[in-house]
Design a binder for this molecule. Structure first.
Ligand code: COA
Ligand code: AMP
Length: 626
């Protein structure tokens, strides 16, 4: 079927379309109620279907002859380790891990927080939670204890799963002291903390609360899959919003399984048995969807890579993995390719490997900039496809539907709406805009399966953040436009969210942290252009009146940088702050962040007529040498 036919079918009769796609996964009881509206007025998919995501991802394939096929390949250049799991082996490990969780009281609907590096136990634990019908919440290892504490208080998990350490290239980062500190900070105290001891670091254990993972497995019995409803939650994944409090995006079992299974074929052109590699981290949505769930739901082999695109050991690392494991499709963030290109612009390291297995390169997480696109096309001679999505959706909103029909690529565009997503470009009054006019990218309701149906524990925040701005639409927070051929161009966030090395961060949250320093009177954080990471945060800080005993500016800047690292984490990559006399504001007191960004990036801008103190810009320009 052509893309157009498929897309039309999804929009004209979403229920029939998704009822059909739901047949592609194996339910215990097939859903009859395809789309319903709940007591909060929110659309829900497959409410009466009964299933288990872990069954669909593992046991089903074993029952259907894939038991001896590889399900998971773990490749860790940072520990010099490689390990493979067939579907049967992975199912057995998952069932045992589920049994271990059960021993510590985890039942259907309970939350389990995972603070784990990129080791097989992370994948095993996610699937083990799914097996029990428990709800996992994975927290990325680059977040600091206060961030983990916020998530502990919000998700109130019964159990925390962690490891003694993560490894960042050659640095061993001890995770357990971070978890201890987070539990100390949090009001909610989990009953049990299960710790996977890695040889690179030994975690100190707290009697009565901490359990050794490997020892606990010895007394565990394999657990069976617990049936859940299509609308029961599979996971909560926290993501940055515009304020300090992250949003707990919830993902339902049924819609998630159906959408991801469909995407593997329709978007990624993958067939069961083939090898798919998402070079991301299980702490991000890309890792949830395309390292763990989608490849397994589709009967593919997935790769878990504990390394970086460069320096582990060199910029040929990705190409080594691809040729070694016969990877058909690679999916990563453009920043990874920029890092590789910088080290190996002529692709000499890539030329060392037989990459004939690689058929497609997919990019997401940030816009695929045309120079990186051109470099990838010239170097690898395979289709290079950008696609746009968010934690909120769990899969692509716009893509080149490679498995249906490959459409010509327009560099800078993420191509066309994915079936199920009725995208509209709206102005600030909610009026639909014509082609080539930039506006707020919104999605007409109902959202297709897999998209969030609430923010954990706060449906009002969900409605306020996403649904109330334009009734009948979900606002994505991104701005952009359609061209005359219906190609979508994403132009970046229209809120206080920035994207640093494919990681989504909140400048509002960084401002809150800076504002806690005793010397800071007020501040603004913007995302300035960075040729490697896409954007880097930059702070502009006004100090309180100083006296002779005050530390000098350089010391304050270094304290501010440490503060963000301690409060949010290394992942924030906050390395630059400028002390200024005044911040540019409108007469009503609104900080002109966009103007600050334009100045920092050397882009043209017009000084708003409402500016209160135009001279405030001169000092900033002088400090930035612009
Ligand atoms: N645990 C602890 N610390 C972590 C971490 C983890 N899991 N992941 C990152 N960090 C730390 C890094 O060590 C770094 O610390 P530093 O400031 O002390 O050097 C900091 O967080 C920032 O990390 P990162 O943004 O990854 O920058 P980097 O310079 O280490 O690497 C890239 C840059 C481009 C190589 C890397 O970001 C990358 O591979 N990105 C693409 C893939 C990806 O993850 N995309 C996400 C969604 S698809
Ligand atoms: P996350 O929720 O972490 O996946 O981040 C989602 C945000 O990343 C989106 O709202 C966009 O701003 C950005 N993003 C993701 N993919 C793309 C893309 N292909 N092009 C442009 N921006 C993207």
């Amino acid at each position: 079927m052509s893309y157009q036919q498929e897309y039309q079918a999804s929009i004209e009769d979403p229920q029939a379309f998704w009822a059909d796609k739901a047949k592609l996964v194996s339910w215990y009881k097939e859903p009859e109620n395809i789309l319903s509206v709940d007591e909060n007025g929110i659309h829900r998919w497959f409410a009466d279907g009964e299933m288990n995501t872990c069954y669909m991802a593992l046991d089903y394939h074993i029952e259907n002859g894939r038991g001896d096929q590889l399900a998971l390949i773990y490749d860790s250049p940072v520990t010099d380790q490689k390990k493979t799991f067939t579907y049967t082996q992975l199912r057995d490990e998952v069932a045992l891990c589920a049994g271990m969780l059960k021993q510590y009281g985890v039942e259907k609907g309970d939350r389990v927080i995972l603070y784990l590096p990129m080791i097989p136990e992370a994948v095993i634990a996610m699937l083990a939670c799914a097996r029990l019908g428990a709800i996992h919440s994975v927290v990325f290892g680059g977040f600091a204890p206060p961030e983990l504490a916020v998530r502990l208080d919000d998700a109130t998990p019964k159990v925390v799963l962690t490891a003694s350490c993560g490894i960042e290239i050659t640095r061993v980062i001890e995770y357990k002291p971070l978890v201890d500190e987070a539990i100390r900070l949090a009001s909610h105290k989990p009953q049990t903390c299960i710790v996977y001891q890695r040889p690179q670091a030994s975690a100190a254990m707290q009697a009565g609360r901490d359990i050794d993972w490997q020892e606990a497995l010895q007394s565990a019995q394999p657990a069976d899959c617990v049936p859940v409803k299509g609308t029961d939650l599979l996971y909560i994944l926290y993501t940055s919003g515009t304020t300090g409090k992250p949003k707990g995006v919830v993902r339902e079992n049924g819609g998630h399984a159906v959408a991801l299974k469909y995407s593997m074929d329709a978007i990624y052109d993958m067939q069961p048995g083939e090898v798919f590699w998402a070079a991301s981290d299980v702490g991000w949505v890309v890792g949830h969807s395309y390292i763990v769930y989608a490849p397994l739901l589709h009967g593919c082999t997935t790769v878990l890579y504990e390394g970086k695109p460069i320096m582990t050991p060199d910029a040929g690392a990705f190409w080594r993995v691809i040729s070694e494991y016969n990877v058909k499709a690679l999916f990563t963030a453009p920043t990874a390719f920029r890092a590789i290109k910088k080290e190996d612009p002529e692709g000499k390291l890539a030329a060392k490997y037989d990459l004939s297995c690689l058929k497609t390169i997919f990019a997401a997480g940030e816009r695929l900039d045309p120079p990186t696109y051109d470099w990838l096309c010239d170097t690898f001679k395979v289709p290079v496809l950008d696609h746009w999505w968010q934690t909120e959706t769990g899969w692509a909103i716009a893509a080149n539907m490679h498995g249906l029909e490959s459409m010509p690529v327009k560099p800078g565009s993420s191509t066309v709406p994915v079936p199920g997503f009725k995208i509209a470009i709206l102005d600030d009054k909610g009026k639909q805009l014509d082609a080539n006019t930039q506006g707020y990218i919104s999605i007409e309701l109902p959202l297709p399966p897999s998209c969030l149906t609430s923010i954990w524990g706060d449906v009002e925040r969900f409605k306020k953040s996403y649904l109330e701005t334009y009734p009948g639409y979900f606002v994505t927070g991104d701005g952009g436009y359609f061209d005359e051929d219906g190609y979508l161009f994403i132009m970046g966030r229209v809120d206080d969210v920035i994207n640093v090395a494919g990681h989504r961060l909140s400048t509002g949250e960084m401002e809150e942290v800076l504002g806690r320093h005793p010397m800071v009177a007020e501040c603004a954080v913007i995302g300035r252009y960075d040729d490697l990471k896409g954007q880097m945060p930059m702070g502009f800080v006004v100090l309180k009146n100083t006296d002779d005993d005050s530390p000098d500016n350089a010391q304050i800047v270094s304290e501010l940088i440490s503060l963000v690292r301690q409060e949010i984490g290394a992942v924030a990559a906050f390395k630059e702050a400028l002390i200024v006399a005044r911040l540019p504001k409108t007469r009503s007191g609104k900080i002109l962040r966009k103007t600050l960004r334009c100045i920092a990036d050397g882009e043209p801008y017009t000084v708003p007529s409402t500016i209160d103190d135009p001279a405030s810009l001169d000092e900033i320009k002088a400090q930035l040498g612009k």
